[in-house]
Design a protein around this ligand. Structure first.
Ligand code: B30
Ligand code: ZN
Length: 274
C-alpha cells in the first residue's frame, strides 16, 4: 500500500487521528488497540490454553530482521519444508500460522504499548501476527473477522537484562535506517520471547483490527496478562538505534510508534481466568 500514514512523533499531520481520512476503516467500530478495563472484563470459561506449535524449537534457517519504516519486524515465514510455527486452541476458530512479529514502543519507560490496562500504558508491546490457515494471503485474510490472530505481550522494566532478547536487540544496529534488513546471527525459540509458560493461560481476548492502516477489522486479539521483563538499557536500544524514514535533514529516531486506544463501542473484552 502507499497510504501516507505516520505517527505523531514523525508529523502530527499524518498521525493516528488522520488515518480515517486515508482509510475509512480506521474510523470503524471494531478498532484496535483498546483500553482493557479490568472492572468490565467478562470471564469466558471456554478460553482454554493456547496450543503453540514450533514455539519450542529454533528453526534451522536464518531469520530476517527489518526496519520497515514504522517498526522493527522479524519475518517468521518458513521456507518450504521448514518447521511451521502456528497456534490453535484457546478459543481460536482454527489453526493460525505465524507470519511476523514486531514491536511498538515509546520514548520514556512510561509509554509505548498500544493496549492499555486500566488506563495504564506499558513501555513496549510485542505483536506476533498469525494468519488463519484457511486463507492463502494477507489480503484474503483481511477480509474476514477471524482471518488473523495476533498475540500481544506487554513489557515492564526489570533490573536484570532479558537475555532472550539479545539476538533481536543485537541486530538493531544493522537496521538503524528505514528499509534496512539483517539476517540474525542465530535463531532462537520463539517461546522464549513470551511470558513465563505458567502464565500463558492468563490472557485477554477481544475482536479487533490491525493497529495500522488499513486498520482491517480482521483480528482476533489475545493479550497476555503477564508482562515480559526487559532492562532499561534494552528498551533504550530500540529508542536510540532505530530511525523512521528520513524526511528532513536529520534522520528521526523511531519512538512512540503506537496507536492510542480506540473506542470499545459495543464490544466486550473477555478474560480466560479470574
Ligand atoms: S498489528 O499487529 O495490528 N500492529 C499488519 C500486521 C499486524 C499489525 C499491523 C499491520 C500488516 O500486515 N500490515 C500490512 C503489511 N505491512 C507490512 C507489515 O507487516 O507491517 C505493510 C505496511 O506496513 O505497509 Cu509495516
Ligand atoms: Zn503491532
Amino acid at each position: 500500500g502507499s497510504l501516507k500514514w505516520c505517527y505523531d512523533s514523525q508529523d502530527p499531520k499524518c498521525g493516528p487521528s488522520h488515518w480515517k481520512e486515508l482509510k475509512a476503516t480506521c474510523g470503524g467500530d471494531k478498532q484496535s488497540p483498546v483500553n482493557i478495563d479490568r472492572r468490565w472484563l467478562q470471564r469466558d470459561g471456554s478460553l482454554g490454553d493456547i496450543i503453540f506449535e514450533g514455539y519450542d524449537q529454533a528453526p534451522p534457517g536464518k531469520w530476517r530482521l527489518l526496519n520497515d519504516g514504522h517498526t522493527v519486524m522479524l519475518s517468521l515465514e518458513s521456507e518450504p519444508g521448514a518447521e511451521h510455527i502456528a497456534i490453535s486452541g484457546g478459543g481460536l476458530p482454527g489453526r493460525y500460522r505465524a507470519l511476523q512479529l514486531h514491536f511498538h514502543w515509546g520514548s520514556l519507560s512510561t509509554n509505548g504499548s498500544e493496549h492499555t490496562v486500566d488506563g495504564q500504558q506499558l513501555p513496549m508491546e510485542l505483536h506476533i501476527v498469525h494468519i488463519n490457515v484457511k486463507y492463502r494471503t494477507l489480503g484474503e485474510a483481511k477480509g474476514h473477522p477471524s482471518g488473523l490472530a495476533v498475540l500481544g505481550c506487554f513489557f515492564q522494566v526489570s533490573e536484570a537484562p532479558n537475555s532472550n532478547y539479545n539476538t533481536i536487540i543485537g541486530g538493531l544496529r544493522n537496521i538503524s535506517h528505514a528499509g534496512q534488513a539483517v539476517d540474525l546471527a542465530s535463531t532462537f525459540r520463539l517461546g522464549t520471547l513470551l511470558p513465563h509458560v505458567a502464565q500463558l493461560s492468563r490472557y485477554y481476548r477481544y475482536q479487533g483490527s490491525l493497529t495500522t492502516p488499513d486498520c482491517s477489522e480482521a483480528v482476533i486479539w489475545t493479550v497476555f496478562e503477564e508482562p515480559v521483563g526487559i532492562s532499561r538499557e534494552q528498551l533504550q536500544a530500540f529508542v536510540s538505534t532505530v530511525h523512521f524514514p528520513a524526511s528532513g535533514a536529520a534522520p528521526l529516531k523511531m519512538t512512540n510508534n503506537f496507536r492510542p486506544p480506540q473506542p470499545l463501542r459495543s464490544r466486550k473484552v473477555f478474560s480466560s481466568r479470574d
